[in-house]
Design a protein around this ligand. Structure first.
Ligand code: ZN
Length: 47
């Protein structure tokens, strides 16, 4: 059911923050619960 998910990991400590699967655009900021870095994920829909 949750196959083909992409991982979004903290760029500093590599903690798995969430998994996602989408068509389209996404912009989100997540604060890492381990090291408190604000991780930003921006995906722009192409085409
Ligand atoms: Zn982290």
């Amino acid at each position: 059911m949750l196959e083909n998910m992409d991982d979004f990991r903290c760029p500093k400590c590599n903690k798995l923050l969430f998994k996602y699967r989408l068509k389209g655009s996404l912009a989100v900021e997540v604060k890492c619960t381990r090291c408190s870095v604000i991780a930003t994920l921006i995906i722009k829909k192409e085409g």
